[in-house]
Design a protein around this ligand. Structure first.
Ligand code: FEO
Length: 391
């Protein structure tokens, strides 16, 4: 395995995880990469590490251009183990290296995970000269952990952004332009929706700090390096950071005997008849993380479940908990479901969505056993009326 030059003297030395399919509930159906970068300057510098099981891959790539013992500077933009797992081994190989991480949280996290290692804490706008190049640090706390930071090299106009602008996307083509643009933009959106979304406020603070930077390349820690499509990735982040919504509805449901399914399809049809983009998901055949990716820019969310043992169906309950953690903002909801006797699930869904802070588009809708034609017509009319009142 070898290092790949991304700029004169700067190499990608990361690892490709083709087989990862799950990351803390996030379905990573396209795998991922753990990007690390080696800079050959007066002080040999390694920016970020890789997941522990890929340590040998990292070492092999570094060794293809330089003896790892010569590394003097290790930048830890983020201590989560997918970016720091190989750190103990690298420190063993590079006994003179110091680890630069954010103060105080990077220090706390690295010490908690790896014990007493040689750390130099840094704060926003601290700089470190490594020879011809300067490393400038910008803290981005809570985007995604308390310790996140990014590192900028003004002489190269490269931003090493770690999680930010990343995608869980395994590829052997390092740069954006080697990959299908729609796919990598979608994966960047999915990444934001499932990783960064709860920290949008903090991400906006970080965005203010870097907005005047002259950037030619964004070297992420996951997925492709952005170079030829900077405008597209920054525009996507601008939409996401500003929580821009489309006229779009998402219908998510589970059904025991097909009756909640009939309701879901009629709700979908109501939005469709009003010319509103709509997507329908049976929770049994779609991953939560894919649904969240679509919800993040939607205005309307309909959630349906039949009642089982006085509760909503368990996969809908799981979806709602995942939704609550990520908490996309400004949704109007419809709670619905068919029932046989108790019918508690519909109120449970409605209470849960109220608790997140969403507003009902219409009153919760429950239908006894098979939905009737009249009942379905009333349901659609209620949606039409509510949508018309918003104009
Ligand atoms: Fe890719 Fe928050 O780690």
């Amino acid at each position: 395995m070898i290092a790949y030059k991304i700029r004169e003297g700067i190499y990608w030395v990361g690892a490709i995880d083709w087989h990862l399919r799950l990351f803390h509930g996030y379905s990573t159906d396209k795998g991922t990469t753990y990007n690390a970068y080696l800079i050959l300057d007066e002080k040999i510098t390694l920016i970020d590490n890789v997941k522990a099981e890929f340590t040998e891959e990292l070492i092999a790539r570094i060794s293809s251009v330089i003896d790892p013992s010569k590394i003097e500077v290790i930048i830890s933009n983020h201590g989560e183990p997918d970016h720091s797992g190989s750190l103990p081994k690298i420190l063993e190989l590079a006994p003179n290296a110091k680890v630069y991480c954010s103060s105080p949280n990077g220090v706390k996290i690295l010490n908690a995970i790896y014990g007493d290692i040689p750390i130099i804490p840094v704060k926003t706008n601290d700089t470190l000269s490594i020879g011809k190049r300067t490393l400038q640090f910008i803290q981005a706390p809570m985007v995604h952990w308390p310790d996140n930071m990014v590192t900028y090299i003004p002489e190269e106009k490269i931003l090493f952004s770690n999680d930010i602008y990343g995608q869980h996307y395994a590829t052997a083509k390092l740069f954006d332009s080697g990959n299908d643009l729609a796919t990598i933009i979608h994966e960047a959106k999915k990444y934001y929706a499932n990783i960064v979304l709860p920290y949008t406020k903090q991400a906006n603070k970080y965005n203010d700090l870097i907005k005047d930077f002259d950037i030619e390349m964004i070297a992420t820690a996951h997925g492709v390096i952005w170079k030829d499509n900077l405008k597209e990735i920054l525009a996507l982040y601008d939409d996401l950071l500003n929580s821009r919504k489309k006229e779009k509805a998402i219908v998510v449901y589970d059904s025991m005997w097909g009756n909640t399914d009939v309701m879901a399809r009629n709700i979908m049809e109501a939005f469709m008849e009003k010319g509103i983009e709509v997507r329908l998901y049976n929770i049994n055949n779609t991953e939560d993380s894919d649904i969240i990716t679509e919800i993040v820019d939607a205005k309307y969310l309909a959630v349906g479940s039949s009642t089982l043992n006085n509760n909503m169906l368990p996969k809908i309950a799981g979806f709602l908990y995942y939704l609550k953690g990520l908490a996309p903002v400004d949704l109007q909801y419809i709670a619905f479901g068919s029932y046989g006797w108790g019918g508690q699930s519909i109120k449970q869904i409605s209470d849960f969505l109220d608790g997140i802070g969403y507003k009902p588009l219409i009153e919760p809708v429950k239908m006894l056993y098979n939905p009737t034609t009249d009942g379905l017509t009333s349901l659609k009319q209620a949606i039409f009326l509510a949508l018309d009142q918003q104009k």
